[in-house]
Design a protein around this ligand. Structure first.
Ligand code: NCD
Length: 357
């Protein structure tokens, strides 16, 4: 694959994605054959936000490929604490490492990092925006557990507004024909409009409902998510949303016998522990599939990659993004970049935030 960044999984063509899924399967079946595949290569994990799975999964993926790892999981221990810009951190780390995985609380950070990085950047989660390698984890799981990625009825339940894993998963699954999304949330936590627009423009469909019990009987897949406490403006707002959706044995009674239950984890209380012992629960297997998915992705991105590409600095637009959670709100040197969406609508290239001209 030519050197490229993965800001969302849809940055891979369908063919590239299917090849990564196939490679993940091959690595899972014959791990010994790949134990030196990335010998001499270095992965940097720059985590500006807490993580257990994603960071360790990236790190074990690289170590199992024979490569090595550098990075931080607490920016307060790096020069970020001294006020270093994202641009400078990325330029320097890009000189040390061959590939960068970055997680940040602000939306669009991976896109901003990619503008200055001499090596491939993988988005390991940018605020409430996107999380492509969780989606890779999810599609590797679905391919193995369901045998297909099309014509599935997929229920997504919980914090659909702030859940970046949900946004990335829908973006990717709506590139496969005939998927039906059942969006289960409270009215306060519905999916962003831009994700609905993506489904509307695809060969898939969606419906919204506030009832998990009503939705469950028709589902092939149930993707549970936690309410994203850290993205609420106050604890009071969070408390109103928390505990609304809880999957338990009772609710599972009306589900299909071969329905699969996925969750990106961490779980708070939205899946009762008794569900862990149900054959349909796949969320712990999912974490293992994810490691093989990331091994395949790292291998693919490093193939034919060189440090040759130079930073692409774009001309700045006279308008500014209005999303207070967008990376441009703190990294002031970043150029304003929009794509036009017809009429007077502009869409921020970093965070997908919309504004009118
Ligand atoms: C998710 C994330 O960070 O967005 N976790 C993960 O990467 N597996 C989901 C979450 O935090 O709720």
């Amino acid at each position: 694959m030519k050197t490229k960044n993965v800001l969302d999984l849809t940055d891979l063509t369908h063919k590239e994605l299917m090849n990564v899924i196939k490679l993940a399967d091959e690595i899972r079946k014959n791990p010994g054959d790949y134990s030196s595949a990335c010998k001499g290569k270095i992965l940097a994990t720059l985590f500006y936000e807490p993580s257990t799975r994603t960071q360790m999964s990236f790190q074990t993926a690289m170590l199992r490929l024979g490569g090595t790892i550098i990075g931080f999981d607490n920016p307060q221990n790096s020069s970020v604490a001294k006020g270093e810009s994202l641009k400078d951190t990325i330029t320097v780390v890009g000189g040390y490492a061959d590939i960068i995985a970055i997680r940040h609380p602000l939306e669009g950070t991976a896109a901003a990092a990619a503008m200055y990085s001499p090596v491939p950047v993988v988005n390991a989660g940018d605020g409430g925006h996107l999380h492509p390698t969780q989606t890779l984890t999810d599609v590797v799981t679905l391919q193995n557990e369901m045998g297909r990625l099309d014509n599935l009825t997929i229920g997504l339940c919980g914090d659909l507004k702030n859940g970046r894993t949900v946004h990335s998963l829908i973006k990717t699954m709506s590139t496969f024909k005939g998927n039906k999304f059942v969006l289960i949330s409270t009215p306060e936590l519905t999916i962003p409009q831009y994700i609905k627009d993506i489904i509307n423009a695809s060969e898939c469909s969606y419906k919204e409902t506030p009832s998990l019990a009503d939705a469950i009987p028709k589902l092939d897949v149930l993707y549970m998510t936690r309410i994203q406490r850290e993205r609420f403006s106050s604890e009071e707002e969070y408390q109103k949303q928390h505990g609304v959706f809880i999957l338990d044995k009772e609710k599972l009674r009306s589900a299909k016998k071969n329905m699969k239950i996925l969750h990106p984890l961490p779980r708070v209380d939205e899946i009762d522990v008794e569900v862990d012992y149900d054959d349909r629960a796949k969320y712990f297997e999912q974490t293992v599939y994810g490691m093989y998915g990331r091994m395949a992705l790292i291998m693919t991105l490093l193939e034919n990659s060189s440090k040759a590409f130079s930073p692409r600095v774009m001309p700045t637009h006279p308008f500014k993004c209005k999303n207070p959670r967008c990376i441009v709100s703190t990294e002031k040197y970043l150029p304003s970049v929009f794509r036009e969406a017809g009429g007077d609508m502009l869409i921020c290239k970093y965070c997908d935030g919309r504004r009118l001209i």
